[in-house]
Design a protein around this ligand. Structure first.
Ligand SMILES: [Zn+2]
Length: 162
């Protein structure tokens, strides 16, 4: 292989199997698990890329489109999520009539992650901060309005009373 930038033949071709032990970040967004697709570094089980040992150029097509990590939720996505799991003024996490509490919380978190990674991470923190005991209505915090909920997410704030 010849470097597309400086024509050097000293191009390192790398393949590494890390499976789901991949950690990565872009700015203050971070993720872990399998190797992310579409970034020019392999994907799935494998980290794979070629780098010129003379000029440092990573070989391949750039710029790349936005990765999953960088996607954000629309107001409509958030509103639908909120309507599925919260009700204004109702205790967060108090799950009377909601069946198995643990699997319900798992559903809430999973459904947030399905929207995008950023929203999933925020919901995790939001629940950690505001979730009361599922068996005791006196604990926990009341759900804010949908407008405030969206605003809190956009401001990366998880403190309802703050
Ligand atoms: Zn080069």
């Amino acid at each position: 292989m010849i470097c597309t930038d400086c024509n050097s033949r000293r191009v390192l071709e790398l393949t590494a199997k890390c499976s789901d032990c991949c950690g990565y970040s872009i700015g203050n967004l971070s993720g872990d698990g399998y190797v992310p697709q579409g970034l020019g570094i392999g994907g799935g089980d494998y980290v794979e890329f070629n780098i010129c040992l003379d000029c440092g150029q990573v070989q391949g097509q750039f710029p790349r489109p936005k990765s999953d990590l960088e996607q954000d939720a629309s107001d409509e996505d958030i509103e639908e999520f909120y309507n599925n799991y919260f009700e204004e003024g109702e205790r967060i996490g108090f799950s009377q009539n909601r069946g198995n509490v643990r699997s319900h919380l798992y559903d809430v978190k999973q459904s947030a992650k399905d929207i995008c990674q950023r929203f999933g991470t925020w919901i995790e923190e939001f629940l950690n901060e505001n979730n009361g005991s599922p068996y005791d209505k006196e604990t926990g915090v009341n759900a804010p309005s949908i407008e405030k909920f969206i605003q809190m997410y956009r401001n990366n704030n998880t403190d309802i009373d703050g």
